[in-house]
Design a protein around this ligand. Structure first.
Ligand code: C5P
Length: 303
């Protein structure tokens, strides 16, 4: 997450994430699933511009990067800007936790595709918490922001401190940052259709032998690209493939390129290719773009 002060406004870059490893360890009594997942933040980000509003109200405007004007958005990307939006819920939760009477006008420029497993909504909400904590001069400590974040969703906590790489456990809200050996070059493809997180978890049928993330973590620490590629894992990939033919098609298309390995991120539908270097990532990106599979992003880890 990056911040820039612009007069009275704070401008924040909220990054997307990829899950390089995701094991579902079982279903919990609260209806969620116990996870072990490795997440990296990537150089694809939404931008939030937040300005204090003395009225105490929270208002949100959303524009799609590269799209003409609000109201002419493609229906697939329709996004509520009302009180149910996670950004507004995060701002309200912060007001409630602190008794703060200030409000905010928030402008969101959306680049991260939705229903993709890229954590865009969670990152925007986490950025809202961190930015308003500064803008409203609340000085809440990090553990208090984490507590509020965990009450809003399972993926927000990763974005509060935005590490390049972390192992996440529990529902996904327990974060252990890990140093990364070298940045990864990636191509991310978001097929034309998305999937809801709840639907994909609901389609997971259990596993007899859960995998450990240890080998992948060691390889990421040491920068061993071959082992990184060989140890990618996502237990939600099969349930997502059953729900979306496009996930299967996208992974097949990536397999047909010079990539090191491919997998789906989170609950999908976005899939990614691990690439040898930046030049290879650009070639793979151009080839996948030409196949018209959906939106294609050539990125690196880190923001
Ligand atoms: O926590 P979040 O609101 O992002 O989760 C959306 C949905 O995904 C949940 O309602 C639940 O159905 C599913 N989920 C889950 N186990 C997790 C995270 C999410 O079952 N660890």
């Amino acid at each position: 997450m990056r911040f820039r002060q612009h007069g009275p406004s704070l401008v924040v870059q909220a990054p997307a994430k990829l899950n390089l490893f995701l094991e579902v360890l079982g279903k919990r009594s609260d209806g969620y699933h116990e996870l072990e997942t490795i997440m990296v933040s990537i150089g694809l980000h939404d931008t939030l511009r937040l300005q204090p509003d003395a009225s105490g109200g929270i208002s949100l405007r959303c524009t799609l990067a590269g799209e003409p004007a609000e109201g002419r958005r493609r229906p697939v990307e329709r996004l509520s800007t009302g009180d149910d939006n996670l950004i507004c819920r995060a701002a309200r939760a912060l007001q409630e936790a602190t008794g703060c009477r200030q409000g905010a006008c928030i402008d969101l420029t959306k680049r991260i595709p939705m229903e993709a497993g890229l954590g865009g909504g969670s990152s925007d909400a986490a950025a809202t918490l961190v930015a308003l904590n500064r803008l409203w001069r609340l000085n809440l400590p990090s553990d208090e922001l984490h507590r509020i974040a965990a009450g809003l969703g399972s993926d927000l906590n990763f974005f509060i401190d935005s590490p390049s790489l972390a192992v996440c456990r529990g529902r996904g809200e327990q974060i252990e940052p890990v140093p990364m050996g070298r940045p990864l070059h990636l191509v991310v493809v978001r097929p034309r259709e998305g999937l809801s997180t709840g639907a994909v978890f609901g389609n997971w049928e259990g596993t007899a032998t859960p995998q450990s993330s240890d080998r992948l973590l060691d390889a990421l620490r040491s920068g061993d690209l071959g082992t990184v590629g060989a140890t990618l894992h996502n237990a939600l990939q099969a349930p997502a493939e059953q729900l979306s033919e496009q996930v299967r098609k996208t992974l097949r298309a990536i397999d047909g390129t010079e990539s090191v390995a491919a997998a789906m991120s989170g609950s999908g539908t976005a899939c990614f290719a691990i690439c040898r270097n930046g030049a290879s990532a650009r070639r793979i990106g151009a080839r996948l773009r030409a196949q018209g599979l959906g939106r294609v992003f050539v990125v690196r880890t880190g923001l």
